[in-house]
Design a protein around this ligand. Structure first.
Ligand SMILES: NC(=O)c1ccc[n+]([C@@H]2O[C@H](COP(=O)([O-])OP(=O)(O)OC[C@H]3O[C@@H](n4cnc5c(N)ncnc54)[C@H](O)[C@@H]3O)[C@@H](O)[C@H]2O)c1
Length: 390
């Protein structure tokens, strides 16, 4: 069976990475953008990446050439004709996305699947722009797409089961790790990860510890690859703040997702993080990183508070059928490199202890933010675990 042609709209960070993934999987790829410069940048970036892969003997020189030759770059989306799958990765704006989805339908034939890489918009609202909404689906890659194994597959309420099943099988065949997520704000990763930032900011705001100490607790004691403040500086406080605000509004202002003034002020000050030379830390030349307070008891308290909030979020995602326990754990380990799946971690700590810690926070603060998930209570009552040991 010959491989389908894949069309990608948007040659920015995500679109260019997805073009590499799909071409490496052997597909003929058309990468389109309205901006010539972006197309040139995508092409030269890929050429540099392929040179490095050849140097490291990960691909041969011939394979590198073939991968680059399979991608054509264009400003004309009429070149999408004949594609079996279109992946849209343009600006995160609903009206613009709806317009291009309407255009896709006039160019491709009726069997072509139309996918969006949106991080925060509802797939249902994008699908609603199409006459045949059954073929529209969310296919959410992580940045950088060639390196991050996870892809969230998000069928909209309109998507047919067959389209969802085939899309997942196709992406599995690219050796990606796929998880199935309900079309709800943040899907899995961007929902479950909120407390990693939000609770860390809250701990800082209460004066419990400074940025460096919280980061130290999460990396040294928790095994996370980056601490929350280092990670927010890496993502950009402007970007991370906007995602938090969007998720908060999308959840009808559930206090669990409340944004932080500290992050807002950092963003307003232009202290975005690495890209602006200053965020929570100073990245200018010669600047010294602050030393953490390596008090073990304090560090454990910080780690535990953030961790139980993350676990509560993961449990609630399962409770609300956003995804299966297996997929929630896969999403966090393969999409954002968590050292362990949160639900497996909960089993290890003991669900009773997680619940007791959350109840303690809830009683102490009297805030809805700390309410334990109903599923957590139920599982403790029934003496259950998420994963039975083999
Ligand atoms: N950056 C991330 O970490 C990340 C991760 C997952 C998903 N996403 C999502 O992927 C999408 C793209 O994000 P990105 O970071 O690659 O953005 P980006 O700004 O790097 O690239 C967007 C590209 O789309 C092009 N574009 C804009 N409007 C267009 C149009 N009407 N027709 C054709 N091209 C158009 C721009 O010229 C630009 O090259 C967004 O929906 C975003 O939410 C981003």
């Amino acid at each position: 069976m010959s491989k389908i042609k894949i069309a990608i709209l948007g040659a920015g960070s995500m679109g260019s990475g997805i073009a590499q993934v799909t071409s490496q999987a052997g597909h003929e790829v058309v990468l389109a953008d309205t901006n010539d410069e972006q197309l040139d940048k995508a092409k030269s970036k890929l050429s540099k990446i392929m040179d490095r892969l050849v140097e490291k003997e990960r691909v041969t020189a011939e394979e590198s050439q073939a991968i680059q030759n399979r991608i054509s770059y264009t400003k004309d989306i009429n070149d999408f004709a004949g594609s079996g799958l279109v992946i849209e990765a343009i600006v995160e704006n609903l009206e613009i996305k709806k317009t291009v989805f309407g255009q896709f339908e006039t160019i491709v034939d009726e069997n072509c699947v139309l996918a969006t890489n949106t991080s925060s918009l509802s797939v249902a609202s994008i699908a609603a722009a199409c006459k045949n909404a059954e073929r529209v689906i969310g296919i959410h890659f992580f940045n950088p797409a060639p390196l991050m194994p996870l892809v969230e597959i998000i069928p909209a309420v309109q998507t047919s089961d067959e389209v969802a099943k085939n899309a997942r099988a196709l992406i599995d065949s690219w050796k990606k790790v796929t998880v199935l997520a309900k079309d709800t704000p943040g899907f899995i990763v961007n929902r479950v990860a909120r407390p990693f930032y939000g609770e860390a900011l809250r701990i800082y705001e209460e004066g419990v510890a400074d940025f460096a100490t919280i980061d130290w607790a999460m990396t040294e004691l928790g095994g996370f690859r980056m601490g929350p403040f280092t990670l927010m500086d890496y993502i950009g406080n402007d970007v991370n703040y906007t995602v938090t605000e969007t998720v908060f509004a999308a959840f009808y202002y559930d206090p669990r997702y409340k944004p932080s003034f500290t992050q807002k002020r950092h963003s307003e000050a232009g202290w975005y993080g690495r890209k602006s030379g200053r965020g929570y830390y100073d990245y200018s030349e010669g600047a010294k990183m602050p030393e953490p307070n390596k008090d073990e008891a304090l560090g454990k308290k910080i780690l535990n508070r953030i961790l139980v909030m993350l676990i509560n979020e993961a449990v609630d995602a399962v409770f609300l059928n956003i995804a299966t326990p297996e997929d929630v754990d896969l999403a966090m380990t393969k999409g954002v490199n968590y050292p362990k799946g949160l639900l497996a971690w909960a089993d290890e700590i003991g669900l009773e202890k997680v619940l007791a810690d959350l109840e303690h926070l809830h009683a102490e603060y009297g805030e809805d933010r700390y309410r334990p998930s109903v599923l957590l209570r139920k599982m403790v009552r029934e003496n259950k675990k998420f994963f039975e040991l083999a």
